[in-house]
Design a protein around this ligand. Structure first.
Ligand code: DX5
Ligand code: ZN
Length: 215
């Protein structure tokens, strides 16, 4: 069964505590928290303070997706805020190996995210050091965008790379995941589904999560 990671970016922030409680009572596995700096991506979301508040509401895994430049300046703050997994962008890190070492040394799991235009083959040398690849299936910055179909091929390629190396790295797909494409995404080799609008912009989020979980 896939790991379901609802993205709080699509939640109602006026009722953030209620939204977190709802996730706690659902089959959601992880809380996916999207941090944006207005530089790496054309949007600003929230930072460590909000992550810290969310952390207090749940014992589920806090999966923090940093869409920021110079993530090394904030890794410790996100650790202190309670992040379990910290994901940085390949495109934002000149010294990616150093960023990953820093995250691991701080005691978190480390992830690397790649934009839709970035080849999975560029991850060849970092793959043995990381716990998760976040494969962006939209251009990062906003929830509610359309899934880029070419992502399916990338998932297959990445799963093959992991298999060939005997690695059990999580493959997380982020952006435009819905009931129509989720099965294909899992079949291609992903094991973590991020879902923003598909979970939060529907009548019954708990049921939507259950439906994704049963795919
Ligand atoms: C996009 C974020 C995603 C986004 C997913 O930059 O990284 O996590 O919130 O939202 P949906 O599922 O609505 O595309
Ligand atoms: Zn994300």
């Amino acid at each position: 069964m896939p790991i379901i990671a609802p993205s709080l970016l699509s939640a109602n922030f006026l009722q953030l505590e209620e939204e977190c409680k709802m996730l706690n009572h659902s089959q959601a596995d992880w809380f996916h928290l999207d941090v944006m700096d207005g530089r790496f991506v054309p949007n600003i979301s929230f930072g460590p303070m909000i992550v810290e508040f969310i952390r207090k509401t749940t014992t589920k895994v806090c999966d923090v997706h940093l869409m920021i430049e110079q993530p090394e300046n904030f890794a410790e703050q996100f650790k202190n805020a309670g992040a379990d997994i910290l994901t940085v962008h390949y495109e934002a890190c000149t010294h990616l190996n150093r960023n990953i070492q820093q995250i691991k040394n701080l005691g978190m799991q480390a992830g690397v995210a790649i934009n839709p235009h970035t080849s999975v083959h560029l991850l060849e040398d970092i793959l043995p050091y990381i716990d998760l690849v976040c494969l962006m299936s939209v251009n990062p910055g906003f929830g509610g965008q359309k899934f880029i179909p070419q992502s399916i091929e990338k998932i297959k390629q990445l799963r093959k790379m992991c298999n060939d190396k005997g690695l059990h790295t999580h493959i997380e797909v982020d952006g435009g995941v819905n009931f129509e494409n989720a099965a294909q995404i899992i079949q291609a080799g992903a094991d973590v589904l991020v879902a923003g609008n598909t979970v939060f912009k529907v009548e019954n989020p708990v049921q939507a999560i259950a439906q994704l979980k049963s795919i």
